[in-house]
Design a protein around this ligand. Structure first.
Ligand SMILES: [Zn+2]
Length: 383
C-alpha cells in the first residue's frame, strides 16, 4: 500500500508558490511529520495549514522565534492560495496525462521520445536504495542490469505538478541518450542537465503548468539556500550554463544540441566551461518571449540574499534616520535579538550601516530587496 498523504499535497502548494523562506528542504522538514498523518485531500490540508497559522499566539514581544512564526504564517497563506488555484484529483492519472501532453509538445520541434514511463514502488536493483524521486535508464542499464529503458517515477514521492516538472527534465535526457552518432557516450549530467532544465523543466513544463508555475518551481528546486550542499549547486550552475546558451542560440540552438546527442553536448561543454561559445556551424534562432523573461529572472536571481527571520522582519521596519531604541519600543521587539539582527544586516549582508553613535540607521538598502521579495529568511538559521 502506497503511503500517500497530505505531505505531497502541501509540497505541491509550496513548489508552486513564491515564498520568502529560502530552502524547500527546510520547509519539508518543518511540515513532514504533521502532514504525513493526514490524507491527500485539499480540505484536510487547508485545515492543517490554518491550524499551523493560528496555533501559537504571538507574544507581545517579537524576538527571533516570533518573527519566524509571523513569516512562516505569511508563506503558509501564499501556499493556501496556490493550493486553491489548482484542482488536484488522481495523482497517477494526472501524471500520465501530463506525460502525453509534454510528448505532444515535442512534436513542433520534430523531436520524439520512445521512452515509457513507469510509476513504481521501488527503483529496480541495484538502484533500489537511492533516495531519488525520478530516474531514467537507458540501453546500457538493460545490458548491465536487465532494466527496461524508460523514465521511472517513485509513486510515494509523487508531488502533483512537481513530478511533471521532473518528468519533463528526464524526458529530454532520454531523447539526448538516443540521438546523434555514438549514442551512449559518457554520463547524463553536467551541461546536459542544464539543457534538460531549460528545454524540459522550463519550456515543456510551462506548456502544462504555465510560466508562473515553472518559475516558482525551478526557484524552489534550484535556488534554495543550503550552505554546504554541493550537489544542488552543481545543478544550478548547469542551469545557468543552459540559460546562457539559450540567450545566445535560442530554442533552435538547444534543440540542435538535443538532436545531436550526448557526445556533441560533451564537446560543446568542453568549450563553454572555458568561456568559448563560438560553436562551429551553430546558427541558432527562435527566442520564446516568456522563456526569455524567466531566463533573465533566473540569471539575475540573488540566491544568497538570505538572513535570519528577525533580520528579515526588521528589514521591513527600518528606514534611514530611524532611532533603534524607538523602533524596538514602537514595534514591541526583543532588545537582545533585535541588536543581533541589526548586526547581522550590517555585517552578514552589508545592507545597512549604523551611524557613528550606533543608535540610528545611516544607510539602508533593505527596501529594494524587501519590496522585490529577493530578501529571504532561513527557517533554521545558520548565523
Ligand atoms: Zn538530469
Amino acid at each position: 500500500m502506497i503511503k500517500f498523504s497530505g505531505y505531497q499535497y502541501i509540497l505541491f502548494g509550496a513548489y508552486t508558490s513564491k515564498t520568502n523562506f529560502s530552502s524547500i528542504a527546510d520547509f519539508r522538514k518543518e511540515v513532514a511529520e504533521k502532514f504525513k498523518k493526514i490524507p491527500f485531500e485539499r480540505k484536510a490540508v487547508q485545515n492543517m495549514i490554518k491550524e499551523m497559522i493560528e496555533s501559537q499566539p504571538i507574544k507581545d514581544e517579537i524576538g527571533q522565534s516570533e518573527a519566524r512564526q509571523i513569516l512562516l504564517a505569511q508563506d503558509l497563506k501564499r501556499i493556501i492560495n496556490s493550493i486553491n488555484n489548482y484542482k488536484i484529483s488522481n495523482h497517477r492519472k494526472m501524471l500520465e496525462e501530463h506525460f502525453k501532453l509534454i510528448r505532444k509538445n515535442l512534436e513542433k520541434f520534430s523531436l520524439e521520445s520512445e521512452a515509457e514511463m513507469f510509476i513504481v514502488n521501488n527503483f529496480p536493483t541495484p538502484f533500489d536504495t537511492m533516495e531519488w524521486d525520478a530516474a531514467f535508464f537507458e540501453e546500457t542499464e538493460k545490458e548491465a542490469f536487465n532494466i527496461s529503458p524508460g523514465i521511472y517515477i517513485k509513486e510515494d514521492k509523487i508531488i502533483p505538478y512537481f513530478s511533471t516538472y521532473r518528468l519533463s527534465h528526464e524526458l529530454i535526457h532520454t531523447i539526448i541518450g538516443s540521438s546523434g552518432e555514438n549514442v551512449l557516450t559518457g554520463l547524463a549530467r553536467g551541461f546536459e542537465d542544464g539543457i534538460c532544465d531549460v528545454f524540459g523543466s522550463l519550456y515543456l513544463f510551462s506548456g502544462v503548468g504555465g510560466y508562473k508555475m515553472a518559475e516558482s518551481t525551478i526557484i524552489q528546486d534550484r535556488f534554495g539556500y543550503w550552505p554546504n550542499r554541493q550537489f544542488p549547486e552543481l545543478y544550478r550552475e548547469n542551469l545557468i550554463q543552459g540559460l546562457l546558451f539559450y540567450k545566445e542560440f535560442g530554442l533552435d540552438g538547444i534543440v540542435e544540441l538535443i538532436r545531436r546527442g550526448r557526445k556533441f553536448i560533451k564537446e560543446v561543454e568542453t568549450k563553454i566551461i572555458n568561456g568559448d561559445i563560438n560553436i562551429k556551424n551553430m546558427k541558432g534562432g527562435y527566442w520564446d518571449e516568456n522563456l526569455t523573461k524567466v531566463s533573465n529572472k533566473l540569471l539575475m536571481y540573488p540566491k544568497s540574499l538570505v538572513c535570519s527571520p528577525l533580520a528579515r522582519y526588521i528589514a521591513g521596519l527600518i528606514k534611514p534616520g530611524i532611532n533603534i531604541t524607538k523602533m524596538i519600543k514602537d514595534n514591541n521587539l526583543n532588545l537582545k535579538d533585535t541588536k543581533n539582527a541589526i548586526k547581522e544586516l550590517q555585517e552578514r549582508l552589508f545592507l545597512i550601516v549604523l551611524n557613528k553613535n550606533k543608535n540610528e540607521i545611516e544607510y539602508d538598502d533593505t527596501k529594494l530587496y524587501v519590496n522585490s521579495g529577493a530578501l529571504r529568511y532561513e527557517l533554521y538559521p545558520n548565523f
